[in-house]
Design a binder for this molecule. Structure first.
Ligand code: NCD
Length: 365
């Protein structure tokens, strides 16, 4: 559906100066996902809907008045039970740009310290009229449990997983996808632009929910995804996740021909790669000694200009942040716009999160 085809929707999305919010077709009528919890079962059409919707919001963000009344009167609550800089701020700004009222919960200063359960905290925000909850927690499954409770209560509240333990971080993978696809086609980014591209994901895969979500999205595109890390951070359990010929087990939709490869050294993953995603060493999640030293890790898996010579000449480097400068990536490479998409990822995050809040809002009407 074109937004402009629906008169009531057009009014709702009018920009204050009378400029329509978008004349780009946003296939929101095909969107019926109330919650965004995982990318495991995302379809190519859903990826393309997110990408196209984010382009429209990127256009809004380039205007002088960077705001639309799309979610006016709605309450978005950020429930972050774990520290965050960019994800929480990015959702807050996205909600504000959509004119929602935003509540920010941080666990350290909350009634959790008085013994309140997580579910009761969520219900407290529900009782205040929350329409959408953006949830981060150090345990996998918490956003799913809260979404199930909202469904059981039949309250039509949307839940978005902003990172649950080691499990998934869908909005980060979607903004990574948007960053890459808009580089390839700024006007019409779509999933199949990545078909045949080689993407290396390097580092602490074991502890990375970002890697897990990116594996789903990037393999859905037809790209070849190559994971590289030391055996302690890229354990055999990932080998169980993929079959010997590289296909992911239990992949859904099963029609997708996913290509995923594992390497315990860097060079085969980097060779001719079009994109390299580096991941933070998540020291706070490491329960025992998984690495000899940070220096040794950098020596073996750190991304440097020298190592990028193995890649395709137009290679670009991504990192979800926060970065351990000089560990997973060389410090000046990180700031070099010829190679680094890191600040672009942060910028893209706002438009993509606006798209996700908008689409979840559409699924509830
Ligand atoms: C990631 C996360 O929290 O999972 N960061 C983020 O959301 N930008 C990755 C990380 O913490 O290393």
């Amino acid at each position: 559906m074109l937004l402009d085809e629906n008169p009531s929707a057009t009014n709702q999305f009018m920009y204050a100066e009378g400029v329509p919010f978008s004349s780009i077709g946003m296939a929101s009528s095909t969107w019926d996902r109330r919650h965004i919890l995982s990318l495991a079962d995302f379809t190519p059409l859903e990826y393309d809907t997110v990408l196209q919707t984010a382009v429209s919001f990127q256009e809004v963000l380039s205007r002088r008045t960077k705001k639309v009344p799309t979610l006016q009167g709605q309450v978005v609550t950020n429930l972050f039970f774990e520290p965050s800089t960019r994800t929480r701020s990015s959702f807050e700004l996205a909600a504000k740009r959509l004119s929602a009222d935003i509540l920010n919960f941080t666990s350290g200063s909350s009634s959790l310290t008085k013994g309140e359960t997580i579910l009761d905290t969520a219900k407290t925000y529900l009782a205040m009229g929350t329409d959408m909850m953006v949830i981060r927690h150090k345990e996998a499954g918490v956003p799913q449990a809260i979404a199930a409770e909202m469904d059981r209560l039949d309250v039509k509240v949307s839940v978005l997983n902003a990172g649950d333990g080691l499990h998934e971080h869908p909005s980060q993978a979607l903004l990574d996808l948007f960053t890459i696809c808009t580089l390839l086609d700024p006007e019409k980014p779509h999933l199949s632009l990545l078909k045949g591209k080689k993407i290396a994901i390097v580092g602490d895969i074991l502890h990375s929910r970002v890697a897990r979500s990116n594996i789903w999205s990037l393999t859905a595109s037809g790209a070849e995804v190559h994971l590289a890390g030391p055996p302690t951070l890229l354990p055999k359990l990932f080998a169980d996740f993929v079959t010997a010929d590289g296909n992911i087990l239990h992949s859904s939709p099963s029609s997708l021909d996913r290509k995923l490869f594992l390497h315990w050294s860097l060079e085969p993953a980097l060779r001719d790669a079009d994109f390299v995603m580096t991941l933070r060493l998540q020291k706070e999640r490491m329960t025992n000694h998984l690495l000899p030293s940070l220096r040794e890790y950098h020596h073996q898996f750190g991304i440097t200009r020298e190592r990028l010579k193995f890649c395709h000449p137009t290679v670009k480097v991504l990192h979800p942040g926060p970065v351990n400068r000089g560990v997973e990536i060389n410090s000046d490479l990180m700031d070099d716009p010829q190679f680094s998409l890191i600040s672009q990822q942060v910028t893209s995050g706002v438009a993509v999160r606006m798209a996700l809040l908008y689409l979840m809002g559409m699924s509830r009407v």
